[in-house]
Ligand binder design. Structure first.
Ligand code: GLU
Length: 549
């Protein structure tokens, strides 16, 4: 068989060769040790936490070594593609602070190694397939779906490995005439790789996360070019990661079983492998069963990144949490370096988990509380305003009209040695501060039982003596004396010593006031809250509480 003639017959319009592309996409000339990574999502319209987890690894691996991290869109599968998915994807990633140096991040894309959309790289793939055909390493296959199903049925019945390989590959050694006859009958072939793999032979690679891996060689004649003329993932990623000069391929562990195919394709093209870094799936403890399981698109809204954006999580908090699950010693580093930029942490793929990474929303919330406790009131205001503009326009208008009011709310217990840690994400923050707004006020908590018989006396006594000019200690002295006048201990410890002598203590009495003013029995410092509310609102709340008794 004259493979050159076959190649020409199949790809008459392809004039460039892989050697030409070597020149068009030369090695990047980065300093020694600089790593090139990429995120390569398919535009399916669903961007999830696992994508961000991988993207952060890509970003860290590249940027901690002075390398390049780029974005490539893997849009060769029309069936899975969702219109408008790419801009959403780019926006979402940039919201979470993933900044690519290159690729499909802008319109037009940025960089010298494009196109960065696989659908626009058809000629490059074809030039590579043509080269394989010329070397007798790829061939056109005209098997119909029915024929393939038939082959599979026979293989199943005989308990053989399913697939198109060896003698099952009817067109492996078809003659030029036979190929010509199919083509002139209007049949469109797929292109298959001709595998010379031996299942009893093993190959070895060193995975960046998992270390040394040894796997049997691939024997399947996999499809490399589909009938559409576009490549399969297997072939596309090999070609792209070669010509885009990727040094580290971070991807999901679901690709591990096809590694033998990829290694074989790199070998066939005569190219060096990148360092494969197969990461793990994100797992959680199922609320119902208590068992560990994979995060699921159907069951777990927290898998989608839109969840965090809609609720108004600070991107920095999500990133900070992901860092803790990305590298095992990150938390320890953070404890020792509370104020350092996370970029200073020595990130390494070897420190990534290789068996199911546990994702825990409540841990994320704790991390978020820590992150937000370090923010200024102005930063909280700015972020919440941005969120409200998108999700609560009415609230945004009020925030803009009364910026100082909001700033004083966000300033409560902030900036000191021990800032409060009760803000988690924008929606929760808005609920948390809702008692500052009459139209949102809800009486959430009951009054303490100790004061059941004295509610009216406490509230009317309090409002009679309330003077907004009192400082915090003068104010509290009045609460104490109100309490003792009604038979409550002035100090909790007095009550603890001799509970039979009192109805309760000053804490119970102030809880009544707190619940009347804020609707809650626990809140930040009540005096401060009242100073921000102003005397009218305080009075109205107490009067309303008396009316509702
Ligand atoms: N498009 C593939 C995916 O979304 C990319 C895998 C890779 O990073 O190579 O799973």
């Amino acid at each position: 068989m004259d493979y050159r003639e076959l190649a020409e017959l199949l790809f008459p319009d392809i004039t460039k060769t892989p050697d030409d592309y070597e020149k068009i996409y030369p090695p990047r000339g980065l300093p020694q040790g600089a790593r090139v990574t990429r995120m390569a999502p398919s535009p399916t319209g669903f961007i999830h936490l696992g994508n961000l987890y991988g993207a952060m690894a890509d970003e860290r691996i590249a940027h901690s070594t002075g390398g390049v991290c780029f974005l490539r869109i893997e849009d060769t599968d029309d069936k899975r593609e969702v219109e408008g998915a790419v801009p959403v994807l780019i926006d979402t990633l940039s919201y979470f602070g993933i900044n690519f140096d290159e690729g499909a991040v802008s319109d037009p894309p940025k960089g010298e190694y494009g196109p960065y959309y696989q659908s626009m790289r058809g000629d490059i793939y074809k030039a590579c397939v043509k080269r394989l055909v010329e070397k007798g390493m790829a061939y056109p296959c005209f098997l119909t779906e029915d024929e393939i199903a038939e082959i599979r049925k026979g293989q199943e019945a005989r308990k053989e490995t399913p697939g198109i390989y060896g003698s099952y590959s009817k067109y492996r050694d078809a003659s030029l005439e036979e190929v010509k006859a199919h083509l002139s009958a209007g049949e469109i072939p797929v292109m298959r790789f001709r595998s010379e793999g031996d299942p009893s032979k093993y190959f070895t690679v060193t995975d960046g996360i998992r270390g040394k891996l040894s796997m049997p060689q691939n024997t399947q004649d996999v499809v490399i070019l589909k009938q559409t003329g576009l490549p399969t993932y297997h072939f596309a990623h090999v070609v792209d990661d070669h010509f885009m000069r990727t040094t580290h391929v971070v991807r999901g562990e679901e690709w591990l079983p096809s590694l033998p195919i990829h290694v074989q394709l790199f070998d066939a093209m005569g190219w060096e492998y990148p360092v494969f870094c197969h990461n793990t799936v994100l797992m959680k403890v199922d609320e119902e069963t208590g068992q560990k399981r994979k995060l699921s698109k159907r069951k777990d809204p927290e898998l989608g990144l839109s969840y965090y954006k809609q609720l108004g999580y600070f991107p920095e908090a999500v990133r900070e949490y992901l860092m803790t699950i990305l590298n095992s010693d990150y938390e320890e580093w953070r404890a020792a370096n509370p104020d350092s930029d996370y970029g200073l942490f020595a990130f390494s793929p070897e420190k990534m988990s290789n068996s199911g990474t546990m994702f825990d929303l409540s841990k994320l919330n704790d991390v978020s509380k820590d992150v937000l406790a370090r923010k200024t009131a102005e930063e909280i205001y700015d972020f919440c305003l941005g969120w409200a503009e998108e999700y609560r326009p009415g609230k945004a208008a009020d925030m803009k009209a009364r910026k100082d009011f909001y700033l004083s709310i966000f300033s409560i217990d902030r900036g000191g040695e021990k800032p409060r840690k009760d803000l988690v994400y924008a929606e929760q923050i808005m609920k948390f501060i809702s008692y500052f707004f009459d139209d949102e006020f809800v009486k959430e908590d009951d009054y303490p039982a100790e004061c059941a018989g004295d509610l009216e006396k406490i509230l009317s006594g309090y409002i009679a003596g309330y003077d907004p000019a009192d400082d915090n200690s003068a104010w509290f002295a009045k609460v104490r004396s109100l309490a003792s006048g009604l038979g409550y201990a002035e100090k909790p410890k007095d009550y603890k010593k001799a509970p039979e002598q009192y109805k309760g203590h000053v804490g119970h009495v102030s809880s009544v006031i707190r619940a009347a003013v804020t609707g809650r029995t626990s809140s930040p410092d009540l005096w401060t809250i009242q100073q921000i509310m102003g005397p009218d609102m305080v009075k109205k709340r107490i009067e309303r509480a008396i009316d509702e008794l």
